[in-house]
Design a protein around this ligand. Sequence first.
Ligand SMILES: CC(C)(COP(=O)(O)OP(=O)(O)OC[C@H]1O[C@@H](n2cnc3c(N)ncnc32)[C@H](O)[C@@H]1OP(=O)(O)O)[C@@H](O)C(=O)NCCC(=O)NCCS
Length: 400
Amino acid sequence: VVLPERLVLRPARPDDVDQVAALLADRGDAADAVDLRLVVSDPDEGLSSCAVVVDGTQVVSTATLLRETLVVGGVEVSAGQVELVATRPGYEGQGLVRALMQWAHERSRARGDLVQIMIGIPYFYRQFGYAYAIPMPRWRAVDAVPPSDPHVVVRRATPGDIPAMRSLQDAAQAPATVRMPHSAACWRWLVARDGSTQWVAERDGSAVATGRSTPPDEGGALGELAAADAPAALSLVNHVRSIASSELVVAERPGTLAGDAVEPFLVPAESRADWYYARIERLGPLLERLAPVLLSRLAAAGLADRTHEVLLSSFRSHVRFSIGPHGMSPVVEGGPLQAPGSAGGSGVPPDALAPLLFGPEGAAGLAARLPDCYLGRQGELMAALFPPVAADLLTFYLPV
Ligand SMILES: CC(C)(COP(=O)(O)OP(=O)(O)OC[C@H]1O[C@@H](n2cnc3c(N)ncnc32)[C@H](O)[C@@H]1OP(=O)(O)O)[C@@H](O)C(=O)NCCC(=O)NCCS
């Protein structure tokens, strides 16, 4: 990416921070300025996680790459998330964010990330290799105020509550095949930032529920609800509802203790889900990382009695590997391969790869929907290796 003359892209320096904060507040929300300072002063992220484009001494565009871990079937996959993106009016449409995304992806690749996840404005990030891959929770209004347990006290969380909140979230995420917990750094920001309030509910001095809400004057949205029991979850919703200035919406979390407890108090779902973006730059290394997951799926499908040669082409490039009773081979990457079906393989277009690995449709569902996704003779194997999966992601920003 070539930047317009005079403009320079570089990591942020200490004396840029005020300007970056002002730019983010101007183009987004006042809370973004607070968030930026939390990120760049955190020992796990720091200033080098933020890049700027400058025109002389003026910061005209910025983006920040956060460290994340995606857990897929129990296997940890190092990931990146781009946040805090903005360009100064007058400098838009000149490729500055395109250049910053390239910087972020190079940094992400260099530190070993195999995936990038994002929450972003509609369509824009598709231009940089992202696909809509994972449904976000739907937000549903509280219909009837749930009862409060008189033995439960709800209060703002402090840093000392982080271990207890983390274990409540771990339990809530356990049923999901694909999950992204908050990083240690993100937990520090959540109890310090003012863009959302982190709540903890206690009974007899023990944390029994947690959740996070947007400021009451913004209407109130309560997400990331997790609880040890149903009365604790309901008490937390009751408390946040009592301080909301208007209708409270709650992020559904089906299959979790808290989500199922709150379900009867929510209006029926009417909105369709929004989606997280995900980006897979190279399929080969990711599949190698996920070998234990693929092997256990093969065994669960009763297909581990013989070795299978897998060919998966994304048309511009393809991968081959074998998988069977003796394990999984290294994944060999190759160039354009137009007709994988005639070679016994499957075709999956690049923008269906993240949905294939992390999404609710699986190989068979994608093949039923997309004309350029077809499984061919290895259809049964593809359906076994890439089933529909449920995901639960925790992100710095509530996906509201
Ligand atoms: C959205 C925003 C970040 C884009 O920044 P930018 O520096 O203008 O983006 P770029 O010029 O690098 O855009 C890359 C390409 O997308 C195009 N583009 C710009 N804004 C777009 C949009 N909203 N939707 C689709 N395409 C867009 C550009 O024209 C450019 O096209 P080209 O490479 O074919 O010439 C900027 O407009 C902004 O700060 N908006 C307000 C804050 C915001 O929405 N932040 C994003 C939060 S996720």
